[in-house]
Design a protein around this ligand. Structure first.
Ligand code: NAP
Length: 748
């Protein structure tokens, strides 16, 4: 058995937090001996009976003898008194930590006792976990699991001490974060202390009314939710409010001025601004939930989601609207924001990336309602109406937003900074910064190697340029054209080969003239956009999974409504048709400048293997994982060449698909620029093709969704791990696939 981390731990205070940590220490065998000192004899007795400690002491001095870890788990106000008592009795090299909810006051107490030379083993800490009940019986072994623990190492803290404490808290399955003391107290003042203060205060306000009984009796869920934390221990919160007085008062002042703002909006019945404020707050709440809490948490803790697909699907049928196209969703917000008048968007993709764009424009003062069921209303502020954001603009994982916004922000009167998540922070931004500089923009890529953060100095007069794009990039092309809206004269771009033209099409839908002559696209600066209705086409890349699902399932009949059929994207339709799929494109029309149609696929005949024409490869590049599933069900061999690009997508899609296909009994050979798949289909035979098995999706959403569709023709259970990224592009995937007839379950 591994050596315990500690020889002897002494808890001073053994209530909710201390006893929960003691439970972890026991369960994980973190210390050879565990002792404690508390105020009351009763707590020690209870702790002995619970088997949490081997000895209890009334005097903390007795507890700390020979301990290599001392944990102060008592009210922060008692810290100085206890430290004064135990100081002469602490072992050399002891690790001394605490769990108090404020950190400045604990450090001040330590300095009062030890002087400026604090022990190297002193590392204050704060687990962000709790419960309304306190005391030794309230403790739980999993109290800290999936919660954050903040350590605030001081300049005097030794790395060995910090590292051991990180190990200890990670054994409790907590996520450990280090920050400095002031930052901790400020962050907690806003996120914990102020909400508690408000909850206590609201309950107090109502309790003082004469009709308080009625009020509490008829209290709706909102009151219950909001006031829940006012049931916490008054003594503890009294102590915390006083211990973190400075930071808390600052937060209270901020709250007061914000309250005055909303009060005035209601008093003046300023419905537009009130809606803007509420919408902004709601979106910020969802945004933080999405981007800041769950995803990094999942990444840091290797928490993954898994799909399980059971064999025996009988049918695959229905009419579906798959989520909106991401590229078009981004642009609808950007162009609606700078247009004059109102823009109403339907079919908006409520995925994390598009929500980041929406939040960015709210941060720049644009009033936006929604999204609700894919509907968004944007009250455009015109070409000169964007306002300076209060802080850096967070673009999440969206390279599209960052590159397009770089163009727009370069032309504004204010300075701005754009940041993003870990993966966006690695993407190249010089490719857009360089042409923008030629236009007169002051833009810096402040990360290493020309990566984000991107910092822009406003109030520059831009002039139109002609730019020969060195790479085929719709994002760079769009960023330049967007800066050109504000630039003097003509801005034009020549692209080496045609790329997605969503920007050009949508600018025209907003009434802005854009010329396309061969590979040269140009516009004149100084015009204006006029608000319009935008129907975001359903994303053909998302529709592709259902197209393939229907094509491989007997008697299926699936219609995908209002799918974007921009000619730069329709390779999947052409390839499936060549494989013999019963597929028709119906009801073609134009929406928001983009061609759309309903696509109907029926499972009436067995697909045949083909050599995929190379001219279709760029037009279907994102759809190949799904098409490989179709190829496995086809009769004969399918050969793909000229698709080396697939190896550098979110994953190496050729290798990852080949590995998964082999796991499920399909004979295939990956090549440098494609794959050869031996289809197992036989004309007129709809029996199972895949054997089932466990598939690693490498956190690539398209891999996960493609193998889900294989579940329509499987004889055994399919498990797909790492499926949490599916929510980014297709939040309703499992729901719709289930309605159509796939036996799919999600577990986390
Ligand atoms: P708790 O359940 O009430 O336990 C407090 C413990 O400290 C008890 O064992 C108590 O002894 C002892 N104690 C109280 N006053 C003392 C004094 N003057 N001198 C010596 N010992 C004393 O409280 P808790 O929830 O565990 O909170 C402990 C610390 O964790 C606090 O600093 C709090 O800020 C922090 N914290 C709490 C939460 C939460 O949600 N509860 C969350 C994060 C951090 P007796 O058992 O003899 O009364």
């Amino acid at each position: 058995m591994a050596q315990p981390l500690f020889e002897k731990v002494a808890f001073i205070g053994l209530g909710l937090i201390g006893s929960s940590l003691a439970r972890v220490m026991l369960a994980e065998n973190l210390s050879r001996h565990i002792v404690a000192s508390t105020r009351s004899e009763k707590t020690l007795q209870d702790a002995l009976e619970l088997g949490l400690i081997e000895q209890g002491f009334n005097n903390p001095v007795d507890a700390v003898q020979g301990a290599d870890l001392v944990v102060l788990a008592l009210p922060v106000q008692a810290t100085e008194k206890v430290l004064r008592l135990i100081q002469p009795h602490l072992a050399d090299n002891v690790i001394l930590t605490d769990v108090g909810s404020t950190k400045g006051s604990v450090v001040a107490a330590a300095k009062a006792v030890f002087g400026e030379h604090l022990p190297a083993g002193f590392v204050p800490g704060h687990p962000i976990a709790g419960a309304e009940h306190t005391g030794v019986h309230a403790g739980k072994v999993d109290l800290f699991a999936n919660h954050k623990v903040i350590l605030t190492p001081l300049p005097s803290s030794a790395p060995w001490a910090v590292n051991k404490l990180i190990q200890m808290w990670e054994s409790a399955k907590a996520e450990v974060i280090c920050m400095d003391v002031e930052k901790h107290d400020e962050v907690l003042a806003y996120t914990s202390h102020l909400p508690h203060l408000m909850a206590f205060n609201l309950v107090e306000q109502l309790a003082n009314r004469e009709d308080n009984l009625d009020i509490f009796r008829y209290a709706a869920g909102g009151f219950r939710d909001f006031s829940r934390i006012a049931a916490s221990d008054p003594q503890m919160w009294h102590d915390i409010f006083l211990a973190n007085k400075t930071a808390l008062l600052k937060a209270v002042d901020g709250f007061e001025s914000q309250l005055a703002i909303i009060r005035q909006l209601i008093e003046q019945e300023d419905s537009h601004a009130l809606m803007g404020l509420l919408g902004h707050a709601q979106a910020a709440r969802q945004h933080f939930n999405h981007m800041l809490a769950k995803k990094p948490f999942m990444e840091n803790n290797n928490v993954t989601q898994q799909f399980t697909i059971l064999p025996g699907a009988k049918t695959f049928q229905g009419k579906f609207t798959v989520p909106g196209d991401k590229s078009v969703s981004h642009r609808s917000i950007m162009f609606g924001a700078i247009a004059e008048g109102t823009t109403h968007v339907t079919g908006f993709l409520e995925g994390e990336d598009a929500l980041a764009t929406l939040q960015a424009f709210r941060d720049m003062g644009v009033s936006i309602e929604g999204p609700k069921n894919g509907e968004v209303t944007i009250y455009g502020v015109g070409m000169q109406g964007l306002k300076a954001p209060a802080g850096p603009i967070y673009m999440g994982n969206s390279g599209t937003s960052m590159r397009l916004l770089a163009g727009m922000l370069s032309a504004q009167q204010f300075d701005s900074v754009m940041t993003g998540d870990a993966s966006l922070t690695k993407r190249p931004m010089e490719r857009i910064a360089k042409p923008l500089r030629e236009m007169g923009a002051q833009i810096q890529t402040t990360g290493e190697r020309g990566t984000p953060p991107v910092s822009i100095t406003g109030a520059q007069a831009l002039k139109g340029i002609h730019y020969d794009l060195p790479m085929a990039s719709a994002q760079v092309k769009s960023g330049i054209l967007l800066a050109g809206l504000w630039a003097e004269g003509e801005t034009s771009v020549t692209e080496p080969e045609p790329t997605r033209d969503h920007t050009e099409r949508m600018l025209r839908a907003f009434g802005y003239e854009v010329k396309t002559e061969g590979n040269r696209i140009s516009l004149q600066g100084g015009g204006k956009l006029v608000g319009t209705d935008i129907q975001v086409p359903s994303d053909i890349s998302s529709a592709a999974f259902f197209m393939v699902g229907a094509a491989i399932t007997e008697n299926s009949d699936v219609t995908l409504e209002a799918v974007g059929i921009n000619p730069t994207r329709t390779g999947v339709i052409e390839i499936l048709k060549q494989m013999g799929a019963d597929l028709s494109v119906e009801n073609e029309r134009i929406a928001g400048g983009e061609p759309i149609a309903d696509i109907r696929i029926r499972g009436s005949r067995t697909l045949k293997g083909i050599h995929v024409p190379e001219d279709q490869v760029p037009l279907a590049i994102d759809e190949f994982p799904a098409l490989f599933i179709a190829a496995a069900c086809a009769e004969g061999q399918t050969v793909l060449t000229g698709a080396a690009e697939l190896r550098v997508k979110e994953s190496d899609r050729i290798q990852v698909m080949a590995d998964g296909l082999k796991t499920m009994g399909i004979d295939c050979t990956p090549t440098d620029d494609g794959i050869i798949i031996q289809g197992k289909g036989k004309a007129g035979d709809w029996s199972a093709i895949f054997t089932g098995g466990e598939i690693e999706s490498h956190h690539d959403h398209r891999i996960a969704m493609s193998f889900s569709m294989a579940g329509l023709r499987t004889s055994g259970e399919i498990k797909i791990v790492g499926t949490e990224t599916v929510a980014t592009s297709f939040p309703t995937f499992t729901e719709l696939a289930g309605v159509a007839g796939l036996n799919i379950q999600v577990t986390e």
